[in-house]
Write a protein of this length. Structure first.
Length: 233
């Protein structure tokens, strides 16, 4: 472990404040994805790493140098720029003397890293995290998977203006509300009938994209109702 580099990245991340530029902790839901843009700083490599605590897999039978894959939740990290997709490094257990390759998905490890050696300063990339199969918890039930994302070699950007971007009717008394969000930040929807007393709605949102969408509702015959999104500390 390079402690000096780790300390420098944590310090850089702290300087970005609420923009959460370098370290993100979010939650990947089943059939969903995580996606956000970054810009390369230039003058050095751009690295994106994801890691997650995978539920316990099936213990294989005892064997010498067993290479049976045991990953339960198979997350996939990709870094996209223009028409080029960069994949994470992966070793081949059938050929331990061979060098790691980065020509496709890593389907064995719960730590994945994409490495771009010499990006152009200001070059735009999209970080994208998806998954294969069904995400499960330790009990084997369908459940979201918490995941950490570490990014180095990028420009520090300011937190976007926190504002509502859309309210759309989805039913007789239901609506979807969208707002600008910081990936890794947690938000809560609240409602009010007088703009003075606010009530929390069920379920917080850990942002996985730069726009978050929540569902709200009112009561038939209600004169008026207000909603707002609040970022939690």
């Amino acid at each position: 472990m390079n402690t000096k580099s780790a300390e420098a990245l944590i310090t850089l991340h702290g300087a970005s404040g609420t923009a959460l530029c370098n370290i993100k902790q979010t939650v990947l839901s089943n059939s969903d994805f995580i996606e956000f843009p970054v810009r390369a700083a230039g003058g050095g490599p751009l690295k994106v790493t994801i890691c997650w605590t995978d539920p316990a897999g099936t213990v294989p039978a005892k064997a010498v140098d067993a290479n049976t894959a045991a990953l339960v939740n198979d997350l996939d990290l990709r870094l996209i720029t223009g028409g080029t997709t960069h994949f994470p490094w992966k070793l081949n257990p059938a050929s331990p003397a061979s060098s790691a390759t980065n020509s496709g998905d890593n389907d064995r490890d719960n730590v994945e890293q994409v490495y771009v050696a010499s990006p152009t300063a200001g070059q735009s990339f999209t970080v994208r995290v998806t998954h294969k199969g069904t995400l499960k918890n330790a009990a084997g039930a369908t459940a979201p998977q918490p995941v950490s994302i570490i990014i180095s070699g990028i420009q520090t950007t300011a937190e976007p203006e926190f504002r509502c971007t859309d309210i759309s009717r989805t039913g007789v008394n239901t609506y979807s509300v969208s707002w600008n969000s910081v990936v890794g930040a947690t938000y809560r929807l609240q409602s009010s009938i007088n703009l003075t007393t606010w009530s929390d709605l069920t379920g917080d949102f850990v942002a996985t994209k730069t726009t978050t969408i929540g569902n709200v509702s009112n009561t038939t015959g209600e004169g008026r109702r207000f909603w707002r999104a609040k970022r939690l500390p």
